[in-house]
Design a protein around this ligand. Structure first.
Ligand code: PXG
Ligand code: PLP
Length: 459
Protein backbone atom coordinates (compact mmCIF):
# COMPACT_ATOMS: atom_id res chain seq x y z
CA UNK A 1 0.00 0.00 0.00
CA UNK A 2 1.06 3.58 -0.58
CA UNK A 3 1.42 5.62 2.58
CA UNK A 4 2.28 9.24 2.89
CA UNK A 5 5.69 8.35 4.26
CA UNK A 6 5.52 11.54 6.28
CA UNK A 7 6.98 11.10 9.75
CA UNK A 8 4.59 11.98 12.51
CA UNK A 9 5.75 13.45 15.77
CA UNK A 10 4.39 11.60 18.77
CA UNK A 11 4.14 14.24 21.47
CA UNK A 12 3.87 11.60 24.16
CA UNK A 13 7.27 10.08 23.59
CA UNK A 14 9.07 12.83 21.78
CA UNK A 15 10.28 10.50 19.06
CA UNK A 16 9.59 10.42 15.37
CA UNK A 17 7.79 7.50 13.89
CA UNK A 18 6.13 6.79 10.65
CA UNK A 19 2.45 6.33 11.45
CA UNK A 20 1.90 4.95 7.98
CA UNK A 21 4.96 3.08 6.77
CA UNK A 22 5.54 3.53 3.06
CA UNK A 23 6.72 0.02 2.29
CA UNK A 24 5.06 -2.94 3.91
CA UNK A 25 6.63 -5.52 1.66
CA UNK A 26 9.93 -6.54 3.30
CA UNK A 27 8.32 -7.67 6.55
CA UNK A 28 7.41 -11.32 6.06
CA UNK A 29 4.65 -11.37 8.64
CA UNK A 30 4.22 -14.36 10.95
CA UNK A 31 1.01 -16.42 10.84
CA UNK A 32 -0.43 -13.83 8.45
CA UNK A 33 -2.12 -13.82 5.07
CA UNK A 34 0.49 -11.31 3.85
CA UNK A 35 -1.14 -10.55 0.49
CA UNK A 36 -4.46 -9.63 2.04
CA UNK A 37 -2.95 -7.76 4.98
CA UNK A 38 -0.75 -5.58 2.81
CA UNK A 39 -3.75 -4.55 0.72
CA UNK A 40 -5.72 -3.53 3.80
CA UNK A 41 -3.22 -3.09 6.63
CA UNK A 42 -4.25 -2.80 10.25
CA UNK A 43 -1.49 -0.82 11.96
CA UNK A 44 -1.14 -0.25 15.69
CA UNK A 45 0.97 2.71 16.74
CA UNK A 46 0.54 3.07 20.49
CA UNK A 47 -1.09 1.52 23.51
CA UNK A 48 -2.23 2.48 26.95
CA UNK A 49 -4.25 0.62 29.56
CA UNK A 50 -7.14 -1.21 27.84
CA UNK A 51 -6.61 0.47 24.48
CA UNK A 52 -4.59 0.45 21.34
CA UNK A 53 -4.42 3.37 18.93
CA UNK A 54 -4.43 2.64 15.21
CA UNK A 55 -2.45 4.67 12.67
CA UNK A 56 -5.66 6.38 11.56
CA UNK A 57 -6.04 7.71 15.10
CA UNK A 58 -8.85 5.39 16.15
CA UNK A 59 -8.97 3.89 19.63
CA UNK A 60 -9.24 0.10 19.62
CA UNK A 61 -10.43 -1.70 22.74
CA UNK A 62 -8.00 -4.53 23.38
CA UNK A 63 -10.15 -7.63 23.79
CA UNK A 64 -7.18 -9.99 23.65
CA UNK A 65 -4.42 -8.46 25.81
CA UNK A 66 -2.31 -8.25 22.65
CA UNK A 67 -1.79 -11.94 21.97
CA UNK A 68 -2.88 -13.10 25.43
CA UNK A 69 0.08 -11.41 27.07
CA UNK A 70 -0.59 -7.85 28.32
CA UNK A 71 -2.43 -9.04 31.41
CA UNK A 72 -1.81 -5.83 33.39
CA UNK A 73 -2.84 -3.62 30.47
CA UNK A 74 -0.55 -1.58 28.27
CA UNK A 75 2.30 0.81 28.99
CA UNK A 76 2.07 0.41 32.74
CA UNK A 77 4.39 2.90 34.34
CA UNK A 78 6.20 0.64 36.85
CA UNK A 79 7.13 -1.79 34.07
CA UNK A 80 8.12 0.94 31.62
CA UNK A 81 10.35 2.58 34.20
CA UNK A 82 11.93 -0.67 35.36
CA UNK A 83 12.94 -1.51 31.79
CA UNK A 84 14.19 2.02 31.09
CA UNK A 85 16.34 2.02 34.20
CA UNK A 86 17.65 -1.47 33.56
CA UNK A 87 18.77 -0.80 30.00
CA UNK A 88 20.83 2.12 31.26
CA UNK A 89 22.31 0.14 34.15
CA UNK A 90 23.03 -3.33 32.75
CA UNK A 91 21.91 -3.81 29.17
CA UNK A 92 23.09 -7.37 28.77
CA UNK A 93 24.93 -10.01 30.74
CA UNK A 94 25.62 -13.65 29.86
CA UNK A 95 24.15 -16.33 32.10
CA UNK A 96 26.39 -19.18 30.94
CA UNK A 97 28.81 -19.64 33.90
CA UNK A 98 27.95 -16.06 34.95
CA UNK A 99 24.93 -14.33 36.43
CA UNK A 100 23.31 -11.04 37.34
CA UNK A 101 21.16 -10.24 40.38
CA UNK A 102 17.78 -9.91 38.67
CA UNK A 103 17.98 -13.41 37.18
CA UNK A 104 18.19 -14.94 40.65
CA UNK A 105 15.55 -12.60 42.03
CA UNK A 106 13.07 -13.42 39.31
CA UNK A 107 13.65 -17.17 39.66
CA UNK A 108 13.01 -16.89 43.42
CA UNK A 109 9.91 -14.82 42.81
CA UNK A 110 8.48 -17.33 40.34
CA UNK A 111 9.20 -20.25 42.63
CA UNK A 112 7.56 -18.34 45.46
CA UNK A 113 4.30 -18.02 43.52
CA UNK A 114 4.34 -21.52 41.97
CA UNK A 115 1.48 -23.87 42.85
CA UNK A 116 1.60 -25.85 46.10
CA UNK A 117 3.71 -25.41 49.18
CA UNK A 118 7.30 -25.53 47.98
CA UNK A 119 6.41 -28.07 45.31
CA UNK A 120 8.50 -26.28 42.66
CA UNK A 121 12.10 -25.35 43.32
CA UNK A 122 13.80 -24.21 40.09
CA UNK A 123 13.12 -21.93 37.13
CA UNK A 124 14.88 -22.21 33.76
CA UNK A 125 14.69 -19.17 31.45
CA UNK A 126 14.00 -18.96 27.73
CA UNK A 127 12.75 -16.14 25.49
CA UNK A 128 9.34 -17.27 24.31
CA UNK A 129 6.72 -19.90 24.85
CA UNK A 130 8.14 -21.95 21.98
CA UNK A 131 11.56 -22.00 23.59
CA UNK A 132 10.06 -22.77 26.99
CA UNK A 133 8.28 -25.79 25.48
CA UNK A 134 11.38 -27.12 23.75
CA UNK A 135 13.32 -26.59 26.98
CA UNK A 136 10.72 -28.50 29.00
CA UNK A 137 10.68 -31.43 26.55
CA UNK A 138 14.48 -31.63 26.64
CA UNK A 139 14.51 -31.42 30.44
CA UNK A 140 11.97 -34.26 30.62
CA UNK A 141 14.04 -36.52 28.36
CA UNK A 142 17.33 -35.75 30.11
CA UNK A 143 15.72 -36.15 33.54
CA UNK A 144 14.75 -39.73 32.88
CA UNK A 145 18.17 -40.45 31.47
CA UNK A 146 19.84 -38.94 34.53
CA UNK A 147 17.87 -41.38 36.66
CA UNK A 148 18.90 -44.40 34.58
CA UNK A 149 15.65 -44.53 32.58
CA UNK A 150 17.07 -43.47 29.24
CA UNK A 151 14.57 -45.71 27.45
CA UNK A 152 11.86 -43.14 28.17
CA UNK A 153 12.11 -41.26 24.89
CA UNK A 154 8.49 -40.90 23.81
CA UNK A 155 6.62 -37.63 24.13
CA UNK A 156 2.82 -37.43 24.14
CA UNK A 157 0.92 -34.33 23.05
CA UNK A 158 -2.71 -33.83 22.15
CA UNK A 159 -4.80 -33.11 19.09
CA UNK A 160 -5.62 -29.40 18.82
CA UNK A 161 -2.72 -28.64 21.17
CA UNK A 162 -0.57 -25.57 20.48
CA UNK A 163 2.90 -25.59 21.94
CA UNK A 164 4.61 -22.97 19.82
CA UNK A 165 6.54 -23.40 16.63
CA UNK A 166 9.88 -25.04 17.47
CA UNK A 167 10.35 -28.56 16.11
CA UNK A 168 9.61 -30.00 19.54
CA UNK A 169 6.52 -27.88 19.94
CA UNK A 170 5.04 -28.68 16.53
CA UNK A 171 5.82 -32.37 17.01
CA UNK A 172 3.75 -32.62 20.19
CA UNK A 173 1.30 -30.01 18.89
CA UNK A 174 -1.88 -31.04 17.19
CA UNK A 175 -2.61 -28.44 14.51
CA UNK A 176 -2.25 -29.90 11.05
CA UNK A 177 -1.32 -26.66 9.28
CA UNK A 178 1.50 -26.07 11.74
CA UNK A 179 2.91 -29.55 11.06
CA UNK A 180 2.30 -30.84 7.59
CA UNK A 181 4.80 -28.80 5.57
CA UNK A 182 7.74 -29.33 7.89
CA UNK A 183 8.97 -32.83 7.25
CA UNK A 184 9.15 -35.73 9.64
CA UNK A 185 9.29 -33.79 12.93
CA UNK A 186 10.43 -35.56 16.11
CA UNK A 187 10.26 -39.33 16.10
CA UNK A 188 8.43 -41.23 18.82
CA UNK A 189 5.58 -38.79 19.43
CA UNK A 190 1.96 -39.78 19.92
CA UNK A 191 -1.17 -37.75 20.58
CA UNK A 192 -4.14 -37.92 22.92
CA UNK A 193 -7.52 -37.03 21.41
CA UNK A 194 -8.71 -33.47 21.95
CA UNK A 195 -11.51 -32.87 24.42
CA UNK A 196 -13.89 -30.87 22.24
CA UNK A 197 -17.28 -32.62 22.35
CA UNK A 198 -19.78 -30.13 20.94
CA UNK A 199 -22.64 -32.65 20.76
CA UNK A 200 -22.58 -33.14 24.53
CA UNK A 201 -20.99 -29.97 25.83
CA UNK A 202 -22.13 -27.06 23.63
CA UNK A 203 -22.83 -23.87 25.58
CA UNK A 204 -21.33 -25.31 28.76
CA UNK A 205 -20.45 -22.70 31.36
CA UNK A 206 -16.94 -23.21 32.69
CA UNK A 207 -15.78 -26.82 32.76
CA UNK A 208 -18.00 -29.14 30.71
CA UNK A 209 -19.52 -32.26 32.28
CA UNK A 210 -18.55 -34.81 29.64
CA UNK A 211 -15.18 -36.05 28.53
CA UNK A 212 -13.07 -37.08 31.55
CA UNK A 213 -12.90 -40.55 29.99
CA UNK A 214 -10.81 -39.11 27.14
CA UNK A 215 -7.85 -39.07 29.54
CA UNK A 216 -8.04 -42.87 29.58
CA UNK A 217 -6.72 -42.78 26.02
CA UNK A 218 -3.36 -42.31 27.71
CA UNK A 219 -3.71 -45.86 29.06
CA UNK A 220 -4.30 -47.05 25.50
CA UNK A 221 -1.15 -45.24 24.31
CA UNK A 222 0.79 -46.75 27.23
CA UNK A 223 -0.46 -50.21 26.32
CA UNK A 224 0.52 -49.68 22.69
CA UNK A 225 4.08 -48.43 23.23
CA UNK A 226 4.88 -49.71 26.72
CA UNK A 227 4.55 -47.12 29.48
CA UNK A 228 8.25 -47.47 30.33
CA UNK A 229 9.08 -45.85 26.96
CA UNK A 230 7.14 -42.66 27.66
CA UNK A 231 8.97 -39.64 29.08
CA UNK A 232 6.27 -36.99 29.30
CA UNK A 233 2.77 -35.87 28.45
CA UNK A 234 2.30 -32.22 27.56
CA UNK A 235 -1.07 -30.46 27.50
CA UNK A 236 -2.45 -26.96 27.76
CA UNK A 237 -4.75 -27.04 30.81
CA UNK A 238 -7.13 -24.93 28.70
CA UNK A 239 -6.34 -25.10 24.99
CA UNK A 240 -6.09 -21.46 23.89
CA UNK A 241 -4.99 -21.16 20.27
CA UNK A 242 -7.37 -23.75 18.87
CA UNK A 243 -10.40 -21.98 20.19
CA UNK A 244 -10.63 -22.06 24.01
CA UNK A 245 -11.24 -25.71 24.86
CA UNK A 246 -11.96 -25.96 28.58
CA UNK A 247 -11.00 -29.30 30.19
CA UNK A 248 -13.94 -31.54 31.10
CA UNK A 249 -14.48 -32.04 34.82
CA UNK A 250 -12.10 -34.66 36.17
CA UNK A 251 -10.05 -34.89 32.96
CA UNK A 252 -6.81 -33.32 34.21
CA UNK A 253 -7.03 -35.25 37.49
CA UNK A 254 -7.29 -38.47 35.51
CA UNK A 255 -4.28 -37.59 33.36
CA UNK A 256 -2.30 -36.94 36.54
CA UNK A 257 -3.28 -40.32 37.99
CA UNK A 258 -2.24 -42.22 34.88
CA UNK A 259 1.08 -40.35 34.67
CA UNK A 260 1.74 -41.16 38.35
CA UNK A 261 0.91 -44.80 37.84
CA UNK A 262 3.46 -45.13 35.03
CA UNK A 263 6.23 -42.74 36.14
CA UNK A 264 5.50 -40.30 33.29
CA UNK A 265 6.14 -36.56 33.73
CA UNK A 266 3.13 -34.30 33.26
CA UNK A 267 3.87 -30.94 31.66
CA UNK A 268 1.32 -28.14 31.82
CA UNK A 269 1.88 -25.59 29.10
CA UNK A 270 0.66 -22.48 30.90
CA UNK A 271 1.90 -19.93 28.39
CA UNK A 272 -1.66 -18.59 28.18
CA UNK A 273 -3.23 -19.87 31.40
CA UNK A 274 -0.47 -18.55 33.67
CA UNK A 275 -0.50 -15.18 35.42
CA UNK A 276 -4.13 -14.65 36.25
CA UNK A 277 -5.96 -15.60 33.08
CA UNK A 278 -8.16 -18.01 35.05
CA UNK A 279 -8.27 -15.81 38.15
CA UNK A 280 -5.42 -17.69 39.82
CA UNK A 281 -1.63 -17.56 39.46
CA UNK A 282 -1.63 -20.74 37.41
CA UNK A 283 -4.18 -23.16 35.99
CA UNK A 284 -2.54 -25.92 38.06
CA UNK A 285 -3.79 -24.09 41.14
CA UNK A 286 -7.20 -23.36 39.61
CA UNK A 287 -7.84 -27.02 38.75
CA UNK A 288 -6.03 -28.43 41.79
CA UNK A 289 -3.75 -30.63 39.69
CA UNK A 290 0.00 -30.55 40.21
CA UNK A 291 2.13 -31.00 37.07
CA UNK A 292 5.86 -31.81 37.12
CA UNK A 293 6.92 -29.05 34.74
CA UNK A 294 5.18 -25.79 33.89
CA UNK A 295 5.99 -23.72 30.80
CA UNK A 296 5.42 -19.98 30.97
CA UNK A 297 5.80 -16.91 28.72
CA UNK A 298 3.61 -13.98 27.63
CA UNK A 299 2.21 -12.60 30.90
CA UNK A 300 5.52 -13.19 32.68
CA UNK A 301 6.66 -9.75 31.44
CA UNK A 302 3.21 -8.43 30.53
CA UNK A 303 4.34 -8.92 26.94
CA UNK A 304 6.83 -6.06 27.15
CA UNK A 305 10.10 -7.95 26.70
CA UNK A 306 10.22 -11.47 25.27
CA UNK A 307 10.67 -14.11 27.95
CA UNK A 308 9.73 -17.73 28.62
CA UNK A 309 10.40 -20.02 31.56
CA UNK A 310 10.12 -23.59 32.76
CA UNK A 311 9.30 -24.30 36.41
CA UNK A 312 10.52 -27.65 37.69
CA UNK A 313 8.99 -29.62 40.50
CA UNK A 314 11.10 -30.76 43.42
CA UNK A 315 13.45 -33.60 42.51
CA UNK A 316 13.90 -32.82 38.83
CA UNK A 317 16.83 -30.44 39.17
CA UNK A 318 18.29 -32.71 41.89
CA UNK A 319 18.43 -35.62 39.47
CA UNK A 320 20.65 -33.57 37.14
CA UNK A 321 22.92 -32.54 40.03
CA UNK A 322 23.31 -36.13 41.22
CA UNK A 323 24.12 -37.35 37.74
CA UNK A 324 26.79 -34.67 37.29
CA UNK A 325 28.24 -35.25 40.76
CA UNK A 326 28.61 -38.93 40.00
CA UNK A 327 31.16 -38.10 37.29
CA UNK A 328 33.01 -35.61 39.45
CA UNK A 329 30.99 -32.53 38.44
CA UNK A 330 30.20 -31.02 35.04
CA UNK A 331 27.62 -28.78 33.37
CA UNK A 332 24.39 -30.50 34.35
CA UNK A 333 22.18 -29.41 31.45
CA UNK A 334 23.67 -28.76 28.03
CA UNK A 335 20.97 -26.32 27.03
CA UNK A 336 20.41 -22.57 27.19
CA UNK A 337 19.96 -19.42 25.14
CA UNK A 338 22.16 -16.35 24.65
CA UNK A 339 19.27 -14.40 26.11
CA UNK A 340 18.24 -16.76 28.92
CA UNK A 341 17.33 -14.44 31.82
CA UNK A 342 18.05 -11.30 29.78
CA UNK A 343 18.39 -8.34 32.17
CA UNK A 344 15.62 -6.33 30.48
CA UNK A 345 13.25 -9.28 30.56
CA UNK A 346 14.08 -9.92 34.23
CA UNK A 347 13.49 -6.25 35.09
CA UNK A 348 10.19 -6.33 33.23
CA UNK A 349 9.26 -9.63 34.89
CA UNK A 350 9.97 -8.44 38.42
CA UNK A 351 8.05 -5.20 37.87
CA UNK A 352 5.18 -7.14 36.29
CA UNK A 353 4.83 -9.65 39.12
CA UNK A 354 4.93 -6.83 41.64
CA UNK A 355 2.21 -5.00 39.73
CA UNK A 356 0.00 -8.09 39.53
CA UNK A 357 0.29 -8.37 43.30
CA UNK A 358 -0.11 -4.70 44.16
CA UNK A 359 -3.14 -4.26 41.95
CA UNK A 360 -4.60 -7.61 43.04
CA UNK A 361 -5.17 -8.40 39.38
CA UNK A 362 -5.65 -12.15 39.72
CA UNK A 363 -8.32 -11.57 42.36
CA UNK A 364 -9.86 -8.88 40.18
CA UNK A 365 -10.04 -11.35 37.28
CA UNK A 366 -11.66 -13.95 39.54
CA UNK A 367 -14.20 -11.39 40.75
CA UNK A 368 -15.08 -10.39 37.18
CA UNK A 369 -15.41 -13.97 35.93
CA UNK A 370 -19.13 -14.38 36.77
CA UNK A 371 -20.06 -11.19 34.88
CA UNK A 372 -17.82 -12.33 32.06
CA UNK A 373 -19.63 -15.67 31.91
CA UNK A 374 -23.02 -13.94 31.72
CA UNK A 375 -21.80 -11.63 28.96
CA UNK A 376 -20.41 -14.55 26.93
CA UNK A 377 -23.57 -16.62 27.19
CA UNK A 378 -25.81 -13.68 26.37
CA UNK A 379 -24.59 -14.26 22.79
CA UNK A 380 -26.63 -17.47 22.69
CA UNK A 381 -29.20 -17.13 19.93
CA UNK A 382 -27.21 -14.55 17.95
CA UNK A 383 -27.11 -15.68 14.34
CA UNK A 384 -24.44 -18.22 13.36
CA UNK A 385 -23.30 -18.72 16.97
CA UNK A 386 -23.03 -22.49 17.46
CA UNK A 387 -21.11 -22.70 20.72
CA UNK A 388 -19.93 -20.48 23.58
CA UNK A 389 -17.19 -21.44 26.02
CA UNK A 390 -15.72 -19.56 28.96
CA UNK A 391 -13.45 -19.85 31.96
CA UNK A 392 -11.76 -17.13 34.01
CA UNK A 393 -11.41 -14.16 31.67
CA UNK A 394 -11.34 -16.19 28.46
CA UNK A 395 -14.09 -16.78 25.95
CA UNK A 396 -14.45 -18.84 22.80
CA UNK A 397 -17.26 -17.86 20.46
CA UNK A 398 -17.76 -20.44 17.74
CA UNK A 399 -19.56 -19.58 14.53
CA UNK A 400 -20.96 -21.96 11.96
CA UNK A 401 -18.57 -22.08 9.00
CA UNK A 402 -19.88 -20.63 5.75
CA UNK A 403 -20.55 -23.43 3.31
CA UNK A 404 -17.50 -24.19 1.21
CA UNK A 405 -15.47 -21.41 2.85
CA UNK A 406 -14.40 -22.38 6.36
CA UNK A 407 -12.74 -19.54 8.27
CA UNK A 408 -14.18 -16.83 6.02
CA UNK A 409 -16.99 -15.81 8.35
CA UNK A 410 -14.67 -15.72 11.37
CA UNK A 411 -12.16 -13.56 9.53
CA UNK A 412 -14.89 -11.14 8.40
CA UNK A 413 -16.19 -10.79 11.96
CA UNK A 414 -12.64 -10.14 13.18
CA UNK A 415 -12.23 -7.42 10.51
CA UNK A 416 -15.64 -5.93 11.23
CA UNK A 417 -14.82 -5.77 14.95
CA UNK A 418 -11.50 -4.06 14.18
CA UNK A 419 -13.35 -1.50 12.08
CA UNK A 420 -15.70 -0.91 15.00
CA UNK A 421 -12.84 -0.49 17.44
CA UNK A 422 -12.46 -3.93 19.06
CA UNK A 423 -9.48 -6.26 18.85
CA UNK A 424 -10.46 -9.94 18.89
CA UNK A 425 -8.51 -13.07 18.02
CA UNK A 426 -9.75 -15.39 15.32
CA UNK A 427 -8.86 -18.97 14.57
CA UNK A 428 -10.93 -20.44 11.77
CA UNK A 429 -14.51 -19.57 12.66
CA UNK A 430 -13.83 -19.28 16.38
CA UNK A 431 -13.41 -15.84 17.94
CA UNK A 432 -11.48 -15.65 21.21
CA UNK A 433 -11.53 -12.90 23.81
CA UNK A 434 -9.02 -12.61 26.66
CA UNK A 435 -8.85 -8.99 27.80
CA UNK A 436 -6.25 -7.42 30.07
CA UNK A 437 -7.12 -8.29 33.66
CA UNK A 438 -7.55 -4.59 34.48
CA UNK A 439 -10.85 -4.65 32.56
CA UNK A 440 -13.82 -3.05 34.32
CA UNK A 441 -17.46 -4.10 33.92
CA UNK A 442 -18.04 -1.30 31.39
CA UNK A 443 -15.23 -2.65 29.17
CA UNK A 444 -16.85 -6.05 29.22
CA UNK A 445 -20.22 -4.58 28.22
CA UNK A 446 -18.59 -2.61 25.42
CA UNK A 447 -16.63 -5.61 24.17
CA UNK A 448 -19.63 -7.86 23.88
CA UNK A 449 -21.79 -5.12 22.38
CA UNK A 450 -19.22 -4.53 19.62
CA UNK A 451 -18.73 -8.24 19.09
CA UNK A 452 -22.47 -8.88 18.88
CA UNK A 453 -22.92 -6.14 16.29
CA UNK A 454 -19.97 -7.47 14.31
CA UNK A 455 -21.39 -10.99 14.23
CA UNK A 456 -24.84 -9.73 13.27
CA UNK A 457 -23.50 -7.59 10.44
CA UNK A 458 -21.65 -10.45 8.76
CA UNK A 459 -23.61 -12.89 6.59
N1 PXG B 1 2.37 -22.70 24.28
C1 PXG B 1 1.13 -22.19 24.33
C2 PXG B 1 0.08 -22.86 25.15
C3 PXG B 1 0.84 -20.99 23.64
O1 PXG B 1 -0.40 -20.48 23.69
C4 PXG B 1 3.13 -20.96 22.87
C5 PXG B 1 3.35 -22.13 23.58
C6 PXG B 1 4.25 -20.36 22.10
O2 PXG B 1 4.66 -19.14 22.64
P1 PXG B 1 5.48 -18.10 21.72
O3 PXG B 1 5.89 -17.06 22.70
O4 PXG B 1 6.64 -18.84 21.16
O5 PXG B 1 4.52 -17.61 20.66
C7 PXG B 1 1.86 -20.36 22.91
C8 PXG B 1 1.63 -19.10 22.14
C9 PXG B 1 -3.37 -17.42 19.04
C10 PXG B 1 -1.95 -17.33 19.44
O6 PXG B 1 -3.64 -18.10 18.05
C11 PXG B 1 -1.50 -18.02 20.54
C12 PXG B 1 -0.14 -18.01 20.84
C13 PXG B 1 0.74 -17.29 20.07
C14 PXG B 1 0.28 -16.58 18.99
C15 PXG B 1 -1.08 -16.59 18.65
O7 PXG B 1 -4.22 -16.89 19.71
N2 PXG B 1 0.28 -18.78 21.91
N1 PLP C 1 23.38 -19.58 15.58
C1 PLP C 1 24.64 -19.19 15.81
C2 PLP C 1 25.62 -19.11 14.66
C3 PLP C 1 25.05 -18.86 17.12
O1 PLP C 1 26.31 -18.49 17.39
C4 PLP C 1 24.07 -18.93 18.19
C5 PLP C 1 24.42 -18.58 19.55
O2 PLP C 1 25.55 -18.32 19.92
C6 PLP C 1 22.79 -19.35 17.89
C7 PLP C 1 22.46 -19.67 16.58
C8 PLP C 1 21.75 -19.48 18.97
O3 PLP C 1 21.28 -18.24 19.36
P1 PLP C 1 20.47 -18.05 20.74
O4 PLP C 1 21.43 -18.43 21.84
O5 PLP C 1 20.11 -16.58 20.76
O6 PLP C 1 19.29 -18.96 20.69
Amino acid sequence: MEGTGAPTADPQFDVQFDATPNNLEPFWMPFTWNREYKKRPKVIVSAEGMNYTANDGRTILDGTAGLWCANAGHARKPIVEAVQQQVAKLDYAPTFQLGHPLAFQLASRLIGMAPGEEEFDHAFFANSGSEAVDSALKIALAYHRARGEGQRTRLIGRERGYHGVGFGGISVGGIVNNRRKFGQLLAGVDHLPHTHLPEQNAFARGQPEHGAHLADELERICALHGPETIAAVIVEPVAGSTGVLVPPKGYLQRLREICDKHGILLIFDEVITGFGRLGSSFAAEHFGVMPDLITLAKGITNGTVPMGAVLARKGIYDAFIEEADAVGGTIELFHGYTYSAHPLACAAGLATLELYKQDGLFEHAAALAPQWEEAVHALKGVKNVVDLRNIGLVAGIELAPREGAPGQRGYEVFTRAWDKGLLTRVTGDILALSPPLIAEPRHIDQMFQLLKESIEEVD
